[in-house]
Write a new protein. Structure first.
Length: 428
């Protein structure tokens, strides 16, 4: 990638523990990031990630190599357990979600995830729950007074827009069996949201607990014909604008925050046709944090599958067994590319592989223009939100801007169209 600076100014750069790295340029001092990084000499970037091997738990750890060495950070700690619930209330009204039941759902979801044998299965399960709830609330249309839909526990399972979600919710899945055996008095939309909240809390190591944004009392809809037609396709930001801003009544800041949920899970060839993870690997795809935005602006993304109905972007060579991807609806939040892969450009023409070859083999000299957040561009607010959720333009572990924005957007999206929901209390 870019040329790293020497770590020669301890007064300006984090310097704790640097003596352990034998002068290596790529480091992660104070563990302020999830990967090795360095400061760079570039007018548009202060720092960048290093291309050093990821020493994961599965391969037994070890020192990093390549490009000056530098070890990877220790694997992230296991998710923190949910707060201990108060004693159950003597009696609860059917469908009621009190503090005890809310956190019991949380613990049960975590137990299912912990019992999975691989990070790939775990990321699919966790990301799938989040998408299950999101695909339910994204069909809301405030202009349709007759049938606004929204968070009603009803999906068009036959639609390609919902492909793969039936692997999360059907009569034989762990999530459905949990609801049926223990929580069937809770409505399905209320259960889906509580489950998604549990995923966010556990995968953020307890940092984002959205209990106080959770409300219950949604009825289950018997039918939702046409709901899938309201979901955004992965083609362009026009789809994002029509769904989130025009129909759901949200802002670009809300939309960008909700799309940050792509940090969890992966795309599947057999479902959406988009293959890969938004994160560098399956292990990191089980963590809910701001890395989605870091990946969006730090990697060299090139168009993939151009001319097909599954156009998207990738930062890995063709044929990679662990492809990294972004959808057109991700790329256009920050780059001035209206129709995704039709932009015929690469997001980082200044990025190179260790052998000196360009990370943009198709368009090595044609870089995608970024959107000026201070301009009159129709997506300037989206570009500004991407920068804000980074927590700063230098390397940092400041998750709060993203967490605050996601919590607010999630609250808006899950309560859209309702005026009589009930909050979580210690007893019902």
């Amino acid at each position: 990638g870019l040329q790293c600076r020497e770590w020669s100014n301890p007064g300006a750069y984090p310097d704790a523990g640097l003596d352990d790295f034998d002068g290596a340029v790529c480091r992660n001092p104070n563990e302020v990031s999830t990967r090795a990084w360095c400061f760079v000499d570039h007018p548009q970037a202060v720092w960048d990630y290093c291309d050093v091997p990821d020493c994961s738990m599965e391969d037994g750890g070890g020192g990093g190599g390549g490009g000056g060495g530098g070890g990877s950070p220790r694997p992230p700690p296991p998710p923190s357990p949910p707060p201990p619930p108060p004693p159950p209330s003597p009696s609860s009204a059917p469908g009621c979600v009190d503090t005890n039941r809310y956190y019991q759902i949380d613990a049960d979801i975590q137990d299912i995830a912990d019992g999975m044998s691989s990070d790939r299965d775990r990321s699919h399960f966790l990301g799938g729950i989040l998408r299950l709830a999101a695909h339910d609330f994204m069909d809301y249309d405030h202009a349709d007074s007759r049938n606004p839909m929204g968070m009603d526990g009803c999906l068009d399972w036959a639609s390609p827009n919902n492909a793969g979600l039936n692997s999360i919710w059907n009569d034989h899945t762990d999530l459905h069996r949990l609801w049926e055996s223990t929580y069937s008095d809770i409505s399905i939309p209320d259960f889906w949201i509580a489950s998604a909240n549990a995923v966010v809390r556990s995968t953020s190591d307890g940092a984002l607990d959205m209990r106080h944004t959770y409300y219950w009392g949604r009825p289950k809809a018997d039918s939702c014909e046409g709901s899938a037609d309201r979901l955004p396709s992965a083609k362009s930001c026009q789809e994002v604008e029509e769904t989130f801003l025009e129909r759901m009544g949200l802002t670009w800041k809300d939309a960008v925050a909700l799309l940050g949920g792509h940090t969890l899970g992966r795309g599947h060839t057999e479902f959406s046709g988009h293959h890969g993870t938004w994160m560098p690997n399956d292990r990191l795809a089980t963590r809910f944090n701001k890395q989605y935005y870091e990946e969006l602006i730090r990697r060299a993304w090139s168009p993939r599958n151009v001319g097909t109905n599954i156009e998207d972007w990738s930062s890995t060579p063709t044929g990679s067994t662990n492809p990294k991807m972004m959808l057109n609806t991700d790329i256009c939040l920050y780059y001035d590319v209206e129709d995704g892969a039709n932009g015929d450009c690469c997001t980082r023409t200044d990025a190179f592989r260790p052998d000196g070859s360009s990370r943009c083999p198709s368009f090595p000299n044609r870089e995608c223009a970024t959107i000026d957040p201070n301009s009159n561009h129709p997506r300037a607010e989206a570009a500004a939100a991407v920068r804000r959720y980074l927590g700063g333009m230098t390397v940092n572990d400041n998750q709060q801007p993203f967490y605050d924005a996601f919590s607010l957007a999630w609250f808006k999206a899950t309560t859209n169209g309702f005026s009589d929901l009930k909050s979580v209390r210690d007893t019902c």
